[in-house]
Design a protein around this ligand. Structure first.
Ligand code: ADP
Ligand code: MG
Ligand code: MG
Length: 252
């Protein structure tokens, strides 16, 4: 079964330390939420785990099913089953959504075992229907001219087709109206399985009304400073973050 372990992870950007020792263990079947004020390093954690070249790991260990993730190149991490839906998905001019998706799927498969075009189209169309996406999005250039909500739905489409082992969603709920939020949440819930773990990064508790987390962690100043269950997210929503700072004597 899936097991993703982060131990003492530190990372820097342009020489500035952002992650100051992150410890987290995600098993298949579990949903973990990370909440925290802006600028505390949530997106940095996501990007560091995926191997974004801007971030330098200065300490710690990350393993997926006992394999050393930090040793892997970006594409190897994806092949190993890590997936990140980015807070700000990038546009790729000249590459259609369906071409991008099909090559992403094939990049995770052995040579000679590529998905057939017919099978791919059938799968893509059925997932797009589930996400209530306009079929024309298959043929549009990746994220080009997509609204915020369309980009987020498209990230979920990618997740559904790639069937990763560990899913990291970075503020997938931002910019979504309530109907789109429910569709995205349904997509996530449909992908819940004993073999798959989730790390949901969010600023607001809203999404967690629809995707019930097993564990909620509070991140501040590059560290996970508090962990609990769903009730922790509810308290943060009601009372903000100040009480956590007071409780832990954090000054900013
Ligand atoms: P969050 O996702 O929690 O809002 P981020 O991980 O985006 O936080 O940012 C964490 C910190 O890293 C912030 O202080 C931010 O200013 C800093 N940071 C992010 N990107 C850069 C960059 N390209 N250069 C320098 N500092 C950055
Ligand atoms: Mg932010
Ligand atoms: Mg962020």
């Amino acid at each position: 079964s899936t097991k993703f372990v982060i131990e003492g992870l530190k990372s820097t950007i342009e020489g500035k330390e952002i992650l100051k020792g992150i410890n987290l263990e995600i098993k298949g079947g579990e949903i973990h939420a990370i909440m925290g004020p802006n600028g505390t390093g949530k997106s940095t954690l996501a990007s560091t785990l995926m191997g974004h070249p801007k971030y330098e790991v200065t300490a710690g260990k990350v393993t997926l099913n006992d394999e050393d993730v930090l040793e892997m190149a970006v594409d190897e991490r994806a092949r190993a089953g890590l997936f990140l839906a980015m807070q700000y998905p990038s546009e790729i001019a000249g590459v259609t959504n369906s071409d991008f998706l099909r090559s992403a799927i094939n990049a995770r498969r052995e040579e000679g075992n590529e998905i057939s075009l017919i099978k791919f189209i059938r799968q893509m169309e059925s997932k797009m229907k589930e996400l209530e996406m306009n079929p024309e999005f298959a043929h549009r250039y990746l994220n080009e001219g997509f609204s915020g909500g369309e980009k987020k739905r498209n990230e979920i489409l990618q997740m559904m087709l790639l069937e990763p082992k560990i899913v990291i969603l970075d503020e997938i709920d931002s910019g979504l109206d309530i109907d789109a939020l429910k569709i995205v949440a349904n997509g996530v819930n449909a992908m819940r399985s004993e073999e798959r773990g989730f790390l949901i990064i969010t600023h607001y508790q809203r999404l967690l009304n629809y995707v019930k987390p097993d564990f909620v962690h509070v991140m501040m100043q590059g560290r996970i400073v508090k962990s609990g269950g769903p009730e922790l997210a509810e308290r943060l929503e009601a009372e903000g973050y100040d009480w956590v700072k007071e409780e832990l004597g954090i000054v900013d």
